[in-house]
Design a protein. Structure first.
Length: 62
């Protein structure tokens, strides 16, 4: 993905490679389903991050 998409979400259909991108995970998944309604294996990722979400506050416990 290009640098300008940092923080956006990508939904990828594992079987076909078709993907959709949006500013939130649900919209990305909806965009993918609009293109490929039969998609079963969907991989979600956030551009520039190792995980979709985190728990707790930034910096960890004090």
């Amino acid at each position: 993905m290009e640098f300008g998409h940092h923080g956006e979400y990508v939904a990828i259909d594992v079987d076909s490679g078709i993907w959709a991108m949006s500013v939130d995970a649900l919209s990305a998944a909806d965009g993918l389903r609009a293109q490929r309604p039969e998609a079963l294996d969907v991989f979600l990722l956030r551009v520039g991050y190792r995980a979709l979400h985190h728990f707790g506050r930034p910096g960890g416990p004090r």
